[in-house]
Design a protein around this ligand. Sequence first.
Ligand code: PLP
Length: 400
Amino acid sequence: MPNDLPDGFHPETIAIRAQTERSGNREHAVPIYMTSSFMFDDAEQARAMFADEIEGNIYTRFSNPNSNELIEKMCLLEDAEDGLTTASGMAAVFVSLAGILKQGDHVVASRAVFGSTHQVLTMLLPRWGIKHTYVDTSASEEDWEKAIQPNTRMIFAETPSNPGLDLLDLQMLGQIAKRHDILLNIDNCFATPFVQKPSEFGADIITHSATKYIDGQGRAIGGIIVGRKDIVKELRFFARHSGPAMSPFNAWIFSKSLETLSIRMEKHANNAMHLAEWLEAEHMQHLESVKYPYLKSYPQYNLAQKQMKSGGGMVCFSVKGGLERGRAFLDNIKLCSLTANLGDSRTIVTHPASTTHSKLSIADREAVGISDGLIRISVGLEHITDIKNDIASALKSSQH
Ligand SMILES: *Cc1c(COP(=O)(O)O)cnc(C)c1O
């Protein structure tokens, strides 16, 4: 079990200092508990642990010291009561839905959700009689209210949205959920708790893909759910018996990575802010628009200031010349990576219209803020001048 940190430390300190109790070997860094099961002292302890009369690790599918440490830190960072780890971000999203919803239930979800979340809502959950209604990111409070049905049990949303970078008003969603006595489930992967804390606005469940900023170096796949104790208890039952457990090795990576998350997010946001301002000031001859939540020109600037501590690490812009130009831009990139990930120390460039969202119709793409020329930049930790030079030269070379 993690050690008990005395109260009153700041999140930056907690992310570094919360640690699994030291073993007899007096290690400084936490060991990797690469073990499938844990030993019982005697038959009575085994009985009592299985009966939930005493706490303790039994089997790594249920719990493990490395996962426990990661959960402890994330609960402290997100101001949540309890949590669980999963093998991927999608396992976290799926468990957060399937672990609590039942046949006949209804979910109101933001239309701009992660691609696989969209597949879960539209293709998988309906098999078990769970329906959903989508609401546009531009929807008013009234539109959200109208989507709520008598059997609605949950609101599911992601903010900022991927890849369109639209924001949802967390306070508004929290109030709607409260008014109807339904759960608010927020995918906080894009922001991380150092940029935005959904629990402050009444979120009951918060899901994360640890693969992204929590790892921060593109090494491991994992997911985390934190939230209300009574709900996490149900989700844990679902996960324990359906089995999407996180590897202790991955939990160790993620927990160690949390030690640097606050300074990484600060640097990601500084680089992103700098890049967005520079694009807007010097490159509008190539661009239709630049989007970053902390830009003055951002349509939801006030909301961003209210619910986010920085603009985060993602910047979007739309190149003039649509699909062709978007692809040409990618082909002229030299430093940044062309890869399907985000939240990495390395800057990553993607063109959603020709890749992740190519199967959607143009109308469906536009409904979630994806124009043909949209480029998404996950701004990394390299020197900002090198990132700028690469993007400037690719913009220039992609002109015909
Ligand atoms: C990547 C991502 C996921 C899925 O996470 P995996 O770790 O890839 O399974 C879910 N939500 C958002 C917002 C993501 O970016």
